[in-house]
Each structure stands twice: as structure tokens, then as C-alpha cells.
Design a protein around this ligand. Sequence first.
Ligand code: ASP
Ligand code: MG
Length: 426
Amino acid sequence: MGIVVQKYGGSSLADADAIKRVARRIVDVKKSGHDVVVAVSAMGDTTDDLLDLANGVSPLPPAREMDMLLTAGERISMSLVAMAISDLGFTARSFTGSQAGVITDSVHGKAKIIDVTPGRITQAIGEGHIVIVAGFQGVSQDTKEITTLGRGGTDTTAVALAAALEADVCEIYTDVDGVFTADPRIVPTARKLDQVSYEEMLELAACGAKILHLRCVEYGRRYGIPIHVRSSFSQLHGTWVVNDPAAASEGETMEQPIIAGVAHDRSEAKITVVGVPDKVGEAARIFEALADAQINLDMIVQNVSAAATSLTDISFTLPRTDGQTAMTALARIQAEVGYDKLLYDDKIGKVSLIGAGMRSHPGITSKFFGALASAGVNIGMISTSEIRISVVVDENAVDDAVRATHTAFDLDADEVEAVVYGGTGR
Ligand code: ASP
Ligand code: MG
């Protein structure tokens, strides 16, 4: 009889009927003797609609007001879910992130949780209520302003609550049956993973698998919270994200598969700084300017400088949404660094192959590149970690690259297992 934390995503809360269905699921858990705390996302495409609305009103909405606007989406769903629960004869209390004690830093639009003080939640639980918390939001410790955690942030709210409440499990309810070997919207023969390790899930999330928010996985790993990713549209068991999948499979000494999956990402852009003088401190200066602008970089490649000119090119990828800020920050230091020019390309995509078994199996890279070559996909940039190989390709080649890689590593299921129950994929 412990605490169960659940998260329901926007597609599970798309309309009144969906909300009533979710309320029944929540009540069932309460009936089975658990205390339940639920983090909810905004209904359906609400967050996108609010963003469109803001951009219709102003080309550059102030970040503070954007957070005030977007957090309203989760407030709508939390109160509706609480109403639907009370209709089933149980009592629920809804709380905004701020009321629930989700304390963040002060960076609007991508705030980080620094503490959770769930006093009001534990009090409500003690009084026998089901607790519903608005996801994706908190309150800044310094500025006292309302903040948002970045797109998809409700996953992180849920795991942070689970950690603070020492919950038994954090269930993430979504519109597919779990974590798949590739996005089922691109690869219909993708297979569901029964288990995946935190470290593989971190790489999958960082490489564009939208199933879980990256910071939610980081949080889960740090506090050892088992995360169960499953569908709110079926009763099937989903995917368990755990520390050591082999140990979790009830003593079976089964070897883990070499490859966990193929992820892709179409949200990045590439900037090339052309003609950087090849001398000490230049790269530091460039990346300092980007860090000052709060930009998270992904892949970085510096070419060997041409002997004749002693000039080099530095390319890196970054979120497309930060493209303009980065170009402005770099333009400001052009004279100081003495580079030639900047190139910007946002017609790129990233495809990544991920698997802990890569450490001990040679030949993965050649098979990956071979698959891309057979599919006629040209590689623009390469980066690797111990358990991941990523390539940048043309935006239009992403789907082909994902499918070819998935097949080359024998990840295809014999029958179609992947059902996409909801969501517009918007
Ligand atoms: N509603 C927010 C979004 O669409 C947060 C979330 O869904 O987790 O990004
Ligand atoms: Mg969402």
C-alpha cells in the first residue's frame, strides 16, 4: 500500500470522454488500496494552440507572459480530472505546480526543478484525497515567478513528485504501448521493449525519442525511481525503465539485446563558423559566447585546418529554436575571433543507433554506415558515445535512414505490434 504516481499526457486527456476514462483508471488504483498522485498535461494540442495564439498576438512574446499563458493549459486539465473523479464518488484535490511545491530556477520556458516541497500533497493524501498536479510548471525560488519546464515537461513533474513522495513506481501513461525500437509512426514494424536501462533511455530521449522527457529519465536514474511507460488506451504492460534490465527479469540470465533502438530528431539546426584562425583560445571564445546565451549544443565537429591558410571550420548542432539567438551571439564576436562567415542550415535531421551492447560488440558502426549507404543516405556529421552512434543527414532522408537501420539490425517484428492510439503527432 504505497504511493503510486501517474502521469497522463495530452492525448490521453483529449476531450471530456477521455478525461472520464482517465478518472476511472485513477479511481481503480485508489480502490486497490494505493494512494494516488497524478501529474497531468494540457488537453490534446492545447499547448500548441496557445503557442500559436501568442505568436498571433506578438512576434516575440515576453517569456514571463508565455509561461503564464502555457501553464493555463495544465490548469484546465487538472481541474477537469478532479471533477470527473468526484463524480465517481471519490474526492480529489488539484494543485498548480507552485501549490504542489515544485520549486525551480528562474529560466522561463526551460526551468529546472531544484526542489520539491510536497507539504500540501502529503496533507491532502492524509485526508484521503486523490491528488492531481498540473504538470510542466513550477515557481522560481528567486523571482517567485511561474515557470515552465520545457515541452514534454510533465514527465519530469511526475518523476520529481515520485522521488519527493518516495513512491513505489511512476507510471507514465501515453498514446502508445511503451518504448519501441523506433518511432512506430515511421517504422510500423517497431517492437516494444519490455525493459530498457536508464542509460539507454537517456540516450534515446536525448536523441529525439519523444516518448519520455530527457530530464525525467535523469531524475529517475538519480533517485532510483522505476518508470513504467504504458498506454492509457489499453491494459497492456508497457516498458519498464530500470537500472539493470537483466536483473529485473526475475533471475533469468538472459543476455540483453545489443541494440535498444533507433531514434531520430528533426528539431535541430547546424551552424558552421567558417575560417576560424587556428590558434589557442578561439574555440573557447566561440563556445563561451554560446554558453552565455544559454544555448545547449549537441554535436561539435572541428575540421583539421588547411595547412596553407591555417584556418579551420567549426560546425555544431543546436535546437532550431535557439538558431537565431546563437547566430546573433556569434555575429557579435566576429571581429574579435576573426572568423570569415557563418552558415546556417536547418534542413537537417539526426539519426541515432543506441544500445549498451555496443561496448562489447565490434562491427556496429560499419553495419550502421553500410545500411545508410544502401539506402542512399549521405552522412553530414558523426558523433558517438560509448553506447550510441549518431549521424546528421538531410532532413528528407531521415525516414529512409531510420527504416534501413532498423531492418539492418534485425529489429523488425514479424507482426505489427505498434498501435498508435491517439495524438495528432503535432
Ligand atoms: N503540455 C506541455 C507540452 O505539450 C507539457 C507536456 O505535455 O508534458 O509540451
Ligand atoms: Mg504533451
